[in-house]
Design a protein around this ligand. Structure first.
Ligand code: T4K
Length: 373
């Protein structure tokens, strides 16, 4: 088939000349990393945008791993989290020597807050919820539970860049929130991430953890990793930040168009967006009533060079490296969703023709009913 490949997403790029201009001085200064000028500028600008004190990191995963590490939980502590996420969330917990306790998800694909309290033991130290697809968790209820039991909350907000809930930046929730600026995200710095800190002390701890604990040539105050963002990343972030409103606006139109085209399709549910959330339109997941049909249509789309993705299948609790290793609650809804979910191609400059192509394969497949793979 000679159709053009449609991938699940496509990085947005700033005008080439703008980035080229931006990185030119680096050939002169030869200062490429280790908290250079662009790092300082980007940390400030992104902090202003997110309305939070921000510590930049090399990627979103290290942001989460170091945010958790900065809390100094006793080894073996339990962390209540969602299994319906990218594998990074669970890895960040496990790589800190902590035990993930998987909680089921609700209708909106985020952690089911009504199931959290039953999972709390004397070893529970924290909750790591995920604003999956940019769907905002029930932050009020999570805050209430955390306060009642003295738990920390670290939000994996990798998908939620730029979102606001009741007018307040989503970066401000929990004890910390982390973002990913990966090339596939609504906003990116090639690779990159950020930890949103509440206090100066948190910010300084993060600084040590991402910079070997080094404070000066002769002073190393603690054990740390190397998770610094470099100047090329920061320059890309600064360029892309100028276009973020435009980027989100274009995605909104594309999402609304998918919604119109797919509304009312028998056997399909679309992601519901809340009125009280200013969305970033990060992903376009669709949920099939019939699990087999999801797999058939996934395959059909591929035959038409359309690479929708099963974000997120399998559940992280069922990843080969974690299966049967941890105490799992009843993950009934999460298992239902993971077997039926598909995220469609979505990016700022997706064309109407491309969207039509995606929708027509899906509708044809749905009309034919179950087919053999
Ligand atoms: N927490 C959550 C909830 C996350 O979703 C993620 C990352 C993290 C934490 C960790 O953040 P980072 O450390 O990654 O900053 C992709 C991304 O690599 C990953 O960042 C993202 N979540 C995850 C949901 O998606 P893959 O394995 O699906 O990527 P890949 O290489 O298959 O790319 C997907 C599509 O994106 C490609 O088909 C085309 C497009 N693409 C990809 C790349 C690499 C581009 O357009 N440009 C590119 O440079 O994980």
């Amino acid at each position: 088939m000679s159709e053009k490949k449609l991938l699940v997403t496509r990085s947005s790029m700033p005008p080439f000349e703008e980035y080229a201009e931006m990185i030119k001085p680096l050939w002169e200064s030869r200062w490429l990393t280790n908290m250079g000028e662009y790092h300082r500028m980007f940390e400030k600008e992104i902090g202003d945008y997110l309305e939070s004190r921000v510590s930049l990191t090399v990627n979103g995963h290290m942001a989460l791993e170091l945010a958790i590490q900065s809390m100094n939980f006793p080894a073996g502590s339990e962390v209540i989290t969602t299994p319906f996420t990218f594998i990074s969330t669970t890895h960040a917990i496990v790589r800190n020597g902590l035990t993930p306790v998987f909680c089921d998800i609700g209708e909106d694909f985020t952690i089911d807050v009504s199931k959290i309290e039953n999972l709390i033991t004397e070893r529970t130290a924290a909750i790591v919820p995920v604003h999956v697809y940019g769907n905002i968790c029930n932050v009020e209820e999570i805050e209430r539970i955390a306060f009642k039991y003295g738990l920390k909350v670290i939000y994996d907000a990798a998908h939620a860049f730029g979102e606001r809930y009741h007018g307040r930046s989503i970066a401000q929730y929990g004890d910390m929130s982390i973002f990913s600026f990966h090339a596939t995200k609504v906003f990116h710095s090639i690779e990159g991430g950020a930890v949103c800190c509440r206090t100066n002390e948190q910010y300084e701890t993060l600084y040590n953890l991402k910079n070997f604990g080094i404070r000066s040539e002769e002073l190393t105050v603690g054990v740390g990793a190397n998770a610094k963002m470099n100047e090329f990343q920061a320059a890309m972030g600064l360029c892309n930040l100028k276009y973020i409103t435009q980027e989100i606006g274009k995605r909104k139109l594309a999402v609304e168009r998918y919604q119109e085209l797919l509304a009312g399709t028998d056997g399909l549910w679309l992601n519901r967006r809340r009125e009280d959330v200013e969305s970033n339109y990060a992903y376009f997941p669709i949920l099939f009533e019939d699990a087999e049909q999801r797999d058939v249509i996934y395959q059909k789309l591929r035959e038409h060079e359309i690479y929708a993705r099963k974000y997120f299948y399998p559940l992280t609790a069922d990843a080969a490296c974690f299966k049967n290793k941890y105490r799992n609650a009843n993950l009934k809804r999460a298992r239902y969703v993971t077997d039926r979910i598909l995220t469609l191609p979505l990016y700022a400059d997706i064309t109407e023709e491309e969207q039509n192509r995606v929708v027509s394969v899906i509708k044809e497949g749905m009309a034919q009913g179950r087919m053999r793979l």
